[in-house]
Design a protein around this ligand. Structure first.
Ligand code: MIC
Ligand code: SF4
Length: 642
């Protein structure tokens, strides 16, 4: 039976289990990446494991999220991350060097290898033929310590690309089309493997736009073959020695198949407040907008910025539009500066921001009340931009540029043909902002500011969980809802006691005080609970407030793992109709006798003491997950193993 590219890379990295969808497997990890907002916890946890040096082929620590230094906290974190990376054998990408995914793609991606990153958009490097998976910080710490990564073997969906993009369509429209068809939960438990005749027409940065935003389908990851175009990209990055050809066999088999004809696509946009609220641009053209942001790990390659510059060349952004540009990396920034692109952007009135996540995570550029912002980004959850009173629309860089000119969602027929922009054949190579690790045995002092507090640890799972229902949520609750980001909260990522005061702030600001008053309890959720970001703070901070279990209709993959990693039991309703019978404030008892959890069905009895009735819950945990949760979480488990 022919193998697809996922089979090929998985087979080489499999250290436990069989490659049967749904079965638990463990993969050896070659590379890790962390970013500052999740990285401080990951490195604190790595230190707590008592291992002196990282055991991966390569680990890189980036600073790109927490870049506003409105207080001492972020600067303290950056200093800690720089020292600790040097000490334990990781590379450190300095603030200003760019967004982790963009820089990793440029400077470290290696076809055929496995990358694990503490950021949900780690799949970006799937554009260069890697298996690149987002996970919680603690999973990364374990991988740095040489541990394998455990996951449920995903099914592989073959996405056959036919034809080629034309007119004003771009790679962004391919992934928006996927979101339109499959929704934000359509990828749970799946890997999207792109193949077919259309693949060749896309270069690596275009492929990376698609694999990046595959995260927003809830997918485990997405991957393109490593072919001639991958070789071309690595040559342009002067790293061709890392290239190896990885193509699907002619008769490769997939668990499911999807076909996209690239030539039939047209420009699409995702309307507020979900990446899957996708409509044709032509249906909404003319809608007034007040802000445009170009950048993010999805769309800030050299080509993306040059095409925006070319559209705006010699013109000014609409007087009612605030127009911001964040180059994805210093390499891209230097490249547009070396050409006329930067000048054209500046003359158009663009506000040029540093190479970082910036507005994408509410770090500045919060839109005005009641307005719409068009962004080349990947997430538009309500409140994520820093205001619940504004809406974010996701679009390609080309559509963003035209929107900046029109002050409205553009009518592309007014703009003639797209400009001719030649993608770069050679990039400016300068790794001077990436600090290599110290030699083994070299003394490195690790400084910790007062905002850096140790990561709290949970107790082993008891036989009975008792508690009040602290909150009942609807479907598609994001980790941004659970643990918001933005300028006020992000600086507290290294301080769990302080950040826990903001749990569910946008949904229910009373949550922290109620949880404390009730001495913890249980949360009830709908479908796809915990989608979005990989931030394990969405598990640690509620744990710190006493959260013991979450009962939902279904979970998003990374958040479910993060809950287990911190000893919180994820349960799903055996019969979803019971969701309606559990109200906030009722008293629940969950029998979690280890024998029940260990049984094949993982069926538990949940008693609603207030109503005097009971229902069944399912906690189907793999053997590894059971060991972890019985130990009180992955940190105590790993320590016990060591
Ligand atoms: C995001 O896009 O939501 C983030 C911010 O990059 C997160 C990581 C974080 O919360 O620190 C992610 O995608 O995992
Ligand atoms: Fe940064 Fe936004 Fe990408 Fe997350 S999605 S890594 S916040 S640019």
């Amino acid at each position: 039976m022919g193998m697809n590219v996922v089979d090929k890379i998985f087979t080489e990295h499999l250290v436990r289990g069989r490659l049967t969808p749904g079965e638990e497997i463990a993969l050896q990890v070659d590379q890790t990446l962390t970013q500052d907002a999740t990285g401080t916890m990951a490195y604190l946890q790595f230190e707590a494991m008592g291992i002196a040096r990282v055991k991966t082929k390569l680990s890189v620590s980036y600073v790109d999220h927490n870049m506003l230094q409105t207080g001492f906290e972020n600067a303290d974190d950056h200093r800690y991350l720089q020292n600790v990376a040097r000490k334990v054998g990781a590379h450190f990408s300095r603030p200003g060097n760019g967004i982790c995914h963009q820089v990793h793609l440029e400077r470290f991606s290696a076809p055929g290898q496995v990358l694990l990153g503490s950021d949900s958009h780690t799949p970006t490097c799937g554009g260069a033929g890697m298996i690149a998976i987002g996970a919680g910080g603690l999973d990364i710490a374990v991988a740095m310590a040489g541990g394998a990564f455990h996951l449920k073997c995903p099914s592989v969906v073959g996405v056959r690309l036919e034809g080629r993009l034309g007119g004003w369509t771009s790679a962004k429209d391919v992934i928006l089309e996927m979101l339109r068809r499959l929704t934000v939960k359509g990828g749970v438990g799946k890997i999207f493997a792109y193949h077919g005749p259309g693949v060749e027409s896309l270069d690596v940065p275009q492929r990376a736009t698609i694999t990046n935003m595959g995260a927003d389908l809830g997918a485990t990851t997405s991957i393109f073959p490593s072919d001639r175009r991958t070789k071309e990209y690595l040559e342009a990055q002067e790293r061709s020695e890392l290239w190896q050809e990885i193509l699907p066999d002619e008769d490769a088999v997939y668990d499911e198949e999807i076909v996209i004809d690239l030539s039939s696509l047209e420009p699409l946009v995702a309307m507020p407040h979900s990446p899957d609220a996708v409509v044709r641009l032509s249906e909404v053209a003319g809608e007034k907008i007040q802000q445009v942001c170009v950048g993010s790990c999805t769309n800030s390659s050299y080509y993306d910025l040059m095409v925006v510059a070319a559209i705006l060349k010699g013109k000014k952004a609409h007087p009612e539009v605030s127009f911001a540009v964040t180059p994805g990396s210093r390499q891209v920034f230097e490249m547009i500066a070396a050409s006329s692109g930067l000048k054209d952007l500046i003359s158009s009135g663009a506000r040029i921001l540093e190479s970082a996540c910036g507005p994408c995570i509410g770090m500045g550029q919060v839109p005005a009340t009641g307005t719409l912002s068009v962004r080349s980004f990947n997430r538009n959850f309500k409140g994520r931009c820093g205001s619940k009173e504004a809406g974010v629309i996701l679009a390609s860089p080309e559509v963003c540029a035209m929107a900046a000119l029109e002050g409205a969602l553009p009518d592309i027929t007014k703009h003639g043909n797209p400009p001719e922009v030649t993608p770069s054949e050679r990039f400016i190579i300068d790794d001077g902002m990436i600090i290599p690790p110290a030699h083994e045995g070299e003394e490195v002092e690790v400084l910790r500011g007062p905002n850096i507090k140790p990561c709290p640890v949970n107790q082993p799972l008891p036989d009975i969980i008792e508690g009040k229902v602290l909150l009942v949520t609807g479907d598609n609750i994001t980790t941004d809802d659970i643990m918001p980001a933005g300028t006020k909260v992000l600086p507290l990522r290294s301080n769990i006691p302080a950040i826990s005061e903001y749990v569910f702030e946008n949904l229910d600001s009373e949550f922290p005080s109620r949880a404390r008053q009730m001495k913890g309890g249980i949360i009830i959720g709908g479908n796809n609970y915990g989608q979005g970001s990989s931030r394990e703070h969405a598990a640690i901070a509620p744990m710190y407030l006493g959260l013991k279990a979450v009962i939902t209709k279904s979970f998003a993959r990374i958040h479910r793992s993060n809950l287990i990693n911190f000893g919180i039991l994820p349960v799903v309703f055996a019969d979803e109709s019971h969701y309606d019978s559990v109200a906030q404030g009722v008293d629940l008892v969950i029998d979690v006798f280890h024998s029940a959890l260990e049984s094949a069905k993982g069926e538990l009895t949940v008693t609603n003491r207030t109503k005097g009735e009971s229902f069944k819950g399912i906690a189907k945990l793999s053997d590894h997950e059971l060991e972890v949760i019985f130990a009180g979480g992955l940190l105590p488990f790993t320590k016990k193993q060591a």
